[in-house]
Design a protein around this ligand. Structure first.
Ligand code: HEC
Length: 106
């Protein structure tokens, strides 16, 4: 029984270490081809009219995630967002969507 109890600890640690950090991706990118979302959508994700980048803060998770999936799978959508979204793994898209959704709209 002791063996069973202690053997789960390293697994839990690995799962936590592997989970992508949505806040870090939103502010710094993923170091794997996806630029910081803030660089175009604004430092507080309130949008940037000059770039025609819409606000993201406070949008529903499903809206953000669906948009990212569509940008990724459709090269003729928006060239900037196609590049960003296709450089994000599905679990990174979800993590960044959850983070942005939790922010206050501005
Ligand atoms: C190089 C600039 C740029 C970067 C970097 C960028 N975006 Fe965008 N994003 C845009 C532009 C421009 C649009 C508008 C595209 C359109 O209308 O077709 C957009 C649209 C979106 C939309 C659609 C929103 C809506 O209401 O339809 C989402 C969601 C989104 N971006 C998420 C992200 C996330 C998450 C990141 C970071 C991982 C990111 N973007 C990084 C420029 C950028």
């Amino acid at each position: 029984m002791k063996f069973v109890r202690y053997s789960f600890a390293p697994i839990a640690f690995l799962l936590m270490a592997a989970a992508p950090n949505g806040q870090s991706i939103a502010h710094n990118g993923n170091n794997n081809g996806a630029m910081s979302c803030a660089s175009c959508h604004g430092p507080t994700f309130g949008g940037n009219p000059a770039l025609q980048a819409p606000p993201l803060a406070g949008l529903p998770v499903s809206t953000i995630e669906t948009a990212l999936n569509n940008f990724a799978s459709n090269p003729s959508s928006n060239p900037m967002m196609h590049q960003v979204a296709s450089a994000l793994a599905p679990d990174e898209r979800q993590a960044v969507a959850v983070y942005l959704s939790g922010l206050k709209a501005n």
